[in-house]
Design a protein around this ligand. Sequence first.
Ligand code: CTP
Ligand code: CA
Length: 227
Amino acid sequence: LRRSGGADDLAGRRIVISAGGTREAIDPVRFIGNHSSGKQGYALARTAAARGADVTLIAANVSLPDPAGVDVIPVTSAAELAETVQERRVGADAVVMAAAVADFRPSSSVGSKIKKSGGEPDPIELTENPDILADLVRTRAERAPGQTIVGFAAETDDVVSNGRTKLERKGCDLLVVNQVGRGRAFGTDDNQAVILGIDGSATEVPRGPKEDLADQVWDLVSGRFHG
Ligand code: CTP
Ligand code: CA
């Protein structure tokens, strides 16, 4: 792994990372989910641990081996992820929300499997999930003063301007904006991104392994710790 900030520049730092994609139950056997593989979040966990950080990885439905030396906490739904992130963020130096959080969940999850009735299926009513990243920012002063908060976004067009608008809406310190579409990002080992800073900075990361993007994120986070 590349460690441009020095092998141990994250030593003594506590870092919380969310990875994967949430699942929102429709009934006991079905859910609304997304295509996130968790690879980028796991790459962030591996590289942070390699740079000396004490890493907690909150993994939503990921089928990848646990990174060595990392505390992995499995979760399923956005509500469960929200609760676990808020609990673990206390005392952490940085939180990185790499998980793909479902924007909506079925308003009610029924206790028994939905059966075909022969007629038209019932529509599934949806409720918006809480915005975990925005809530982390909103409660930072009270629960984790000085914490660095990093978000991720996937955009298909106008990557920088859409990313800048989203960064301002969320209020996080850094937003990693992935360029998706045309076979990029989901499930692949490569990523191409621009990392936007609340200070107006934009760091282009050329297409390359998810570890390289992860190390670039840690370079910027480490710079905030040391600057
Ligand atoms: N996120 C979150 N909670 C949500 C939705 C998103 O914490 N309910 C986080 C994601 O983990 C990611 C960032 O917010 O770090 C951006 O997610 P994205 O889906 O791009 O943003 P949204 O605000 O949901 O906007 P959009 O309508 O474009 O999906
Ligand atoms: Ca969303």
